[in-house]
Design a protein around this ligand. Structure first.
Ligand code: CMP
Length: 148
């Protein structure tokens, strides 16, 4: 079914212009419609709040710091099974595992470490709803779905 997902190019992916360009092209090449796109910078508290479910994990502080370290690009993407397709393109969270098991994925090709792993994608349509609202509070998701 037609689905929306939230995709984010993290600060490591935005910092390198060629990487940003390649990732944007990958979105287009994979038949996603770009419904919304914006560049933004998080304050530390935006980062803490978004990743609150990871509070207390050993990587939480470095994750929070990294995600508020510079500009990001966020997308609302639409296509058939958008959530799982974007996650397939990203590959496993852990970059070294990604390189081993799925070398053609974004994280395998561009990721630097398990924290600096280039992209984020919602893990379910419920997360997508919540995360789209977090990044694009002005976006009328219900209305958009009805229009299609
Ligand atoms: P993301 O898909 O944005 O969701 C949570 C983030 O936490 C993840 O990508 C990584 O950036 C980070 N993360 C998850 N697991 C680890 C880990 N084991 N070590 C370091 N960072 C991690």
């Amino acid at each position: 079914a037609l689905q929306l997902t939230l995709a984010v190019i993290k600060p490591d992916g935005v910092a390198h212009p060629l990487m940003l360009e390649a990732l944007h092209q990958k979105i287009l090449d994979n038949s996603f419609a770009i419904v919304r796109c914006k560049d933004l910078v998080w304050r530390r508290q935006d980062s803490e709040k978004f990743y609150i479910e990871h509070a207390g994990r050993f990587f939480y502080q470095r994750l929070v710091e990294f995600m508020s370290s510079g500009p990001m690009r966020a997308y609302v993407l639409a296509r058939e099974d958008a959530v799982s397709h974007w996650r397939e393109l990203m590959g496993p969270t852990k970059v070294f595992q990604a390189r081993h098991t799925s070398p053609a994925t974004i994280r395998a090709q561009y990721g630097l470490t398990d924290t600096r792993n280039t992209t984020h994608g919602s893990d379910s349509s419920e997360s997508a709803r919540r995360e789209i609202l977090y990044f694009f509070p002005e976006f009328g998701m219900e209305e958009w779905m009805e229009k299609e």
